[in-house]
Design a protein around this ligand. Sequence first.
Ligand code: FO1
Length: 301
Amino acid sequence: MIAVLCGGVGAARLLRAWQERTSEELVGIVNVGDDTEMHGLNICPDLDSITYHLSGQHNEELGWGLRDESWRTMSRLELLGGETWFRLGDLDLATHLYRTGRLRAGATKSEVTREITARLGVTITLRPVSDDRLETRFATEIGELSFQEYFVRHRHSVPVQRIWFDGADRARPAPGVLDALRDARRVVVAPSNPLVSIDPLLEVTGVREVLSERGDAIAISPLIDGRALKGPADRLMRELGLEVNAVGVARHYAPWLGTMVIDHQDASLRSLVGATGCDVVVAGTLLDDPAQVDELVAAIG
Ligand code: FO1
């Protein structure tokens, strides 16, 4: 079994590509720091993004949500003067209605995730890292923001001074999370945002400790040539004083990292990455290029 620490889209692409190339069981341990409540509904963007990708129903143009989506409910909500900056599509709403109903009836996030993935034919096991509250928060120039306020409402364009994870000190790992990390033949860190996708996973009791005990986790750099393919990872790293390249990512992960995979374009950083204390593998890391995915999976598998 292979355990993959996951944010959203980058992780979804990796899991999907890997599943096509292996018969080994894959378990995704998924960030919940982006989770939010809107209009009384519980929304889990990373879990849903991965679920929609793995069931082949994701919206490629938007980069989130469902394919063939319509927005009639949002138009109606706008007419009523409701909040519409966080857009919930008509089809996507069914997921949030289902999840919210089940949570109110006493089910856990893990149980609801199992139900939704089974219904949508997803065969990779997805586990929220915790069933407890864990909220990524930002201190910014314009005050404190939740993840979705920062990311969607302000389009990740507000300078960030600090990031923290509310509830992390009390967040217990969801059932099966630590066992998966202990028992996995390999633990892989997806090319997700280190500061807002992977860090919240590490904050959950026991996760960092298991990775340190193992000492062999393999991380794929989300930065190529100092840039994130998607999202604000590069910007956030700069604002928070990290070196904005694969070396900065490796240094951030150094206490528990075994191997760092860097892209061919960053081959010149090989020895600097290695100097942070990990092994280094140079491979293609562009997940929309089948030849590079073949090379990547061969390198980390
Ligand atoms: N991202 C946006 O840029 N705008 C939206 O209106 C938006 C709505 C939304 C609704 C449900 C959902 O599961 C995700 C949604 N996202 C939206 C994406 C999401 O907020 C972020 O991409 C992730 O949280 C980052 O990993």
